[in-house]
Ligand binder design. Structure first.
Ligand code: C2E
Ligand code: CA
Ligand code: CA
Length: 715
């Protein structure tokens, strides 16, 4: 102000119009010497009125001594300015708060200049903010969740007690001003975080990254087993607030749900979904010395149990199979049920192929043991496909399950009750069952499905007792296919009745030829499925057809499985069998001794002959058990006055034992393989089983269809 170029007028004008309130008073007497427009307006005094007053007059709420003390450092020149809040009293008696900066003109006389603004609004806003902050802190304190606030330097500002309770082990480090990382490290050192154990530094880096990123919600497992959900957000000033929600209960329910979603309710085994999770986890931790092994197991003839005894029996069988499977695996291996009667055994193992197959075989044998249901014995078999995966495999581990499936299906086509190891070449040869069904349908139409006939002879082979008709597929590319290759697919597609029908018609034609060739009372055995027997029109149709061929029921035998008869609800099957028997057809029980045919049926149905299953015949000369059972079967049959035919006799040794046991009839490779009708004629001729006029006899495979046409249209 000592600048001579600035006039006193200018200075006074600047003072008078300055934006805030300005009051100058004598430093000693506190008498007001100058005021500006804003202060006068707010105080409601005019200039002359104010000129007579002191600071004490307009600040009656303040202690003057106290004010003077506050001014002392300024007056003594110790500081350049003093901040001060004064409560000014207006002329009308009301007050307001002014936030001021005080400075000194040393004079003489020394004058203090108080410049500032009416801070009433500001002060009440501040008070409100303080209240709000307190309310907020109270609120935060009562939150059921942990709350924490870090400033822009990531230092702890505040956290609630719940937060400290949650992180008991880190709590001692939660001092305002401590950084987030410090607190985290303290917690790590004290074993706060379950997922960090053994990888502390890596865990810390991840956690820090999340904390700084804050876009994702993080879930955290503590060593006491509790789960937290962490939500953190940036505040406008660059700090962070965070919430910790205890989600232990939610996690537990979620886990239960996951378990439920991955568990088969009936057996308690894993389901298909569970298999995927297990495989993924196992593949991830597989070492170079180990492999994943998948045993895919499919029950044989489960459907007939379900159909015959009802779903409760079926369910019982499935859970029993599940229990038995579990007995064959170690604790860490997994058993799953992935569909109706399909199971998987999953192993992380060092076993060789041979050892795996031998486990599969053991499992099959165990499954084949009778399962008791309400006093009844249920017998199922199993086929198993085995596939493995290791770190060197070219394909993905997920494919192992379908590889095992391929092996299983190929195994089944080669005859049920087998264990088959997958090899890569199988993958190319497989067609889906759906495609196969389509091909079988086409084969039926193209006349590629034909019966082969296998001779049945007396035990010494001297007399031909009859022939069993067995379906064959003359495949244009793959050659002659056995029934077992395509019947399972045909069964699934519901094509068995069509196959049986064509086998029946062609067999009738074959018998006609034999009759024509002078064979005395030739007999053919036909396999007849449950699906066929359930058809009420079957019996009259067969009778009509036999007549149309000019044959009699004595020419035919029907081979049935006991499971077909078991079903009390399938009254039709029983009735069809009774009707067939009444019409003079012979009924025989197939696969006797496997449990699929049993003693009960011998009484209830008009059975004439039983066919002892090949499983009892095989190695009967070496296997004491088979011998004892076969003997019992033959004994039993003789008591019921039934014949016994032993199936699948391959060696003279087997035949000799059977003869010693009293068996009178055999069928099997020892005598003859199944052959075409034409080859049977040759075979008979070689055995001199045909009369001399055989020279004039010929076999006409089309005879069947010609005669059938006649049967339909009338002669
Ligand atoms: P199955 O009735 O037990 O027929 C005997 C099976 O054993 C036949 O297999 C036959 O070729 C085979 N076999 C005969 N002798 C021997 C032997 O000495 N050793 C060995 N290892 N096997 C022998 P295939 O033809 O593959 O038939 C399998 C099954 O398919 C049959 O078992 C039968 O249940 C069913 N099947 C065959 N043809 C028909 C048919 O036209 N209709 C119906 N519904 N089922 C049929
Ligand atoms: Ca048979
Ligand atoms: Ca059989």
């Amino acid at each position: 102000m000592s600048d001579p170029t600035i006039s006193t007028f200018l200075l006074q004008h600047a003072f008078e119009t300055s934006p805030g309130e300005a009051i100058a008073f004598d430093a000693d007497t506190l008498r007001i010497v100058l005021t500006n427009r804003h202060s006068r307006t707010n105080l409601q005094y005019d200039a002359s009125e104010l000129a007579g007053l002191t600071l004490a007059d307009i600040c009656p709420d303040h202690d003057i001594r106290d004010l003077q003390d506050r001014l002392a450092p300024l007056i003594l020149g110790q500081v350049a300015s003093v901040p001060l809040t004064l409560t000014y009293r207006r002329k009308d008696g009301t007050s307001y708060e002014a936030e001021l900066g005080l400075s000194l003109d040393p004079g003489p006389p020394s004058v203090v200049l108080a410049q500032g603004v009416d801070a009433t609004a500001l002060q009440s806003a501040r008070r409100a903010a303080r209240n709000a902050a307190n309310t907020l802190i109270d609120a935060v304190e009562t939150l059921p969740d942990g709350f924490v606030h870090y400033d822009k330097d990531d230092r702890l500002v505040v956290c609630n007690s719940r937060y400290r309770e949650i992180y008991t082990l880190s709590a001692p480090a939660m001092i305002p001003g401590a950084t987030f990382e410090d607190i985290l490290r303290y917690g790590l050192a004290n074993g706060q975080y379950a997922e960090a154990v053994g990888r502390e530094e890596a865990w810390l880096q991840e956690r820090m990254a999340h904390h700084l990123d804050q876009s994702a919600t993080v879930e955290q497992l503590l060593t006491d087993g509790r789960w937290l959900r962490i939500v953190e957000r940036r505040t406008p000033d660059g700090g962070r607030v965070g919430i910790r929600v205890d989600i232990t209960d939610i996690k537990r329910k979620q886990h239960q749900l996951e378990m439920a979603a991955e568990t088969d309710v009936l057996t308690g085994l894993l389901n298909r979904r569970g298999v995927s999770s297990f495989l993924a986890a196992a593949a991830a931790e597989l070492t170079a010395q180990e492999r994943l092994a998948v045993l895919h197991l499919d029950l044989d003839r489960f459907k007939s149990i379900n159909d015959a005894l009802g779903h409760d029996a079926g369910d019982h069988v499935l859970s029993e199979v599940g229990d038995r499977l579990r007995m064959h695996v170690r604790h860490r291996d997994v058993v799953a049920r992935i569909g109706g009667d399909e199971f998987l055994v999953l192993m992380q193992t060092r076993l060789t192929d041979e050892q795996l197959i031998s486990i599969a075989d053991r499992i099959r044998h165990d499954i084949a043991r009778p399962i008791l249901y309400r006093g009844r014995q249920c017998l199922v078999g199993a086929s198993v496909g085995v596939a493995t995966w290791d770190l060197g495999s070219a394909h993905s581990f997920e494919q192992t399950v379908s590889d095992a499936d391929i092996a299983l299906n190929l195994g089944k086509r080669g005859g049920r009750n087998r264990s088959e190891l997958f090899c890569a070449s199988m993958r190319h040869g497989t067609v889906s069952n759906a495609l196969l069904a389509q091909q079988i349908r086409a084969a039926l139409n193209a006349g590629q499905i034909i019966p082969y006939f296998q001779p049945q002879t007396s035990i010494d082979g001297s007399r031909v007792l009859g022939f069993e008709a067995l379906a064959r597929w003359q495949h244009p590319d793959r050659g002659l296919l056995n029934a077992a290759t395509f019947l399972p697919a045909a069964e699934e597609a519901g094509l068995i009745p069509d196959i049986d029908a064509t086998v029946l018609t062609q067999s009738l034609g074959f018998i006609r030829t034999l009759v024509g060739a002078g064979v005395d009372a030739p007999k053919v055995s036909l396999n007849i499925s449950s699906a066929q027997l359930a058809d009420a029109t079957l019996h009259p149709r067969i009778v009509r057809q036999v007549e149309a061929f000019g044959l009699s029921p004595a020419h035919l035998r029907f081979e049935i499985l006991e499971t077909t008869l078991l079903d009390e609800r399938a009254a039709q099957a029983g009735e069809t069998i009774q009707n067939l028997a009444r019409s003079g057809f012979a009924i025989e029980l197939d696969d006797f001794g496997t449990g699929h045919s049993a003693i009960g049926s011998l009484r209830r149905f008009p059975v004439q002959r039983i066919k002892m299953d090949q499983s009892l015949v095989r190695d009967i000369d070496q296997d004491e058990d088979s011998r004892v059972i076969a003997e019992a079967v033959i004994d039993l049959a003789s008591r019921f006055g039934l014949e016994v035919l032993a199936e699948g006799v391959e060696t003279t040794a087997e035949r000799d034992v059977l003869r010693a046991l009293g068996c009178t009839a055999i069928q099997g490779y020892l005598c003859a393989h199944p052959m075409s009708g034409q080859d049977i004629l040759q075979w008979l001729k070689q055995r001199n089983a045909l009369p001399d006029r055989s020279a004039t006899m010929f076999y006409n495979p089309n005879l069947a269809s010609e005669l059938q046409r006649k049967a339909k249209n009338g002669p």
